[in-house]
Design a protein around this ligand. Sequence first.
Ligand SMILES: NC(=O)c1ccc[n+]([C@@H]2O[C@H](COP(=O)([O-])OP(=O)(O)OC[C@H]3O[C@@H](n4cnc5c(N)ncnc54)[C@H](O)[C@@H]3O)[C@@H](O)[C@H]2O)c1
Ligand SMILES: O=P(O)(O)OC[C@@H](O)[C@@H](O)[C@H](O)[C@H](O)CO
Length: 386
Amino acid sequence: MKAVHFGAGNIGRGFIGLLLTRAGYEVVFSDVNDALVNALKSKRAYTVSLADGSDELIRVEGVDAIDGKDARLVAETVANADLVTTAVGVHILKHIAGALAQGIALRLQAEQPAPLHVIACENAIGGSTQLKELVLGHLPGELHVAFERYIAFPDAAVDRIVPIQHHDDPLHVTVEPFYEWVVDRSAMLPGFSDIAGVHYVDGLEPYIERKLFTVNTGHCTAAYHGYLAGCRTIQEAMAAETVTAKVRGVLDETGAVLIRKYGFPADEHARYIDKILSRFTNPHLSDEVERVGRSPIRKLSPNDRLVRPALLALENGLGYAQLAAAMAAALRFDYADDPEAAELQQSLQAEGLSATIERYTGLAEEHPIHAEVIRHYESMRPREQA
Ligand SMILES: NC(=O)c1ccc[n+]([C@@H]2O[C@H](COP(=O)([O-])OP(=O)(O)OC[C@H]3O[C@@H](n4cnc5c(N)ncnc54)[C@H](O)[C@@H]3O)[C@@H](O)[C@H]2O)c1
Ligand SMILES: O=P(O)(O)OC[C@@H](O)[C@@H](O)[C@H](O)[C@H](O)CO
């Protein structure tokens, strides 16, 4: 069985590639980073270590790579694959959709096309569904019926903390021991053999919302407040009581929303939160706040980890003050090397606070959460300069 995986980065190598090879797939990575592609092509293997204090090295074999800039090669590889996965970043999906569509069009030329599953492993609600819409936009109308019949895009939730890597070996990756990959079975075609290690469910929404609004809401809260407090890593941020209180605060708010919406038992959800907090403080990981806070425009967008749970809280008469404080801290994330952070700072300067909140969060000036974000923003100071 052959899988094409878009994105040979941290989660691509440290989670999806590792799990798929263990499940018996040959994995061809498609990436635009020439150094990564060349190293994978020449070594056809890489190593993974677990951040658990052990020295164990896991060797991943049965991998190859192709140049993601070569659309024709990508399409041919997709045409002959049994599975396609992605971990490129949700904002990059539009850039891979064209070559993926070409590969799908090639498959659909066969008299009896082989079914294909495409699973986007991105931190987003409905990532595969978003990719499906992008791919459909590249396919002529006469292929749409066959496309719906033979190509499936089950949504997924993926969870494993993989920081930016700093090793001499550019392919080596250190990952936390914990992992979870949940896939929506209801969107799959008949006859698909389960991938060992994947948890299939019939409704993904509770899983993706629980993951995004707990792991990722808590994580970005630690990153943004930690950044303002001058912390370098999430581990440092979680050692600061003022930051952990804010992380606990947002997780209480999202927890109340999740319990109300999905009926998770409160004690079970409390254990889920504790487990996540212990993952953030893993002493064997060093995860920079700039990685976890990256792309603040995406993180402030209406359907993502801050605004969406705050809207759900408001709708249900629940609290959202700490979520609003995390949004305010995101607006103060002035890390110049992050293009989205730079754009936000520019908008704050040029348009002012209220217009920036409205433009990027979708919360209009008269919205109660908007006022709460302003209140917190004004009470915060910019990052202490080193
Ligand atoms: N790192 C984590 O802890 C983690 C955990 C769960 C989910 N995720 C999600 O996984 C995705 C990837 O995150 P990451 O941390 O691995 O990022 P990363 O930057 O390490 O990896 C992304 C890779 O995609 C490649 N890429 C960019 N444009 C491409 C293109 N057009 N075609 C092919 N490849 C392209 C990049 O070169 C890079 O190697 C994101 O959506 C992220 O939210 C990350
Ligand atoms: O990848 P992002 O930018 O959506 O979020 C940053 C981190 O919170 C994220 O990568 C986590 O490490 C990951 O989602 C854990 O499963």
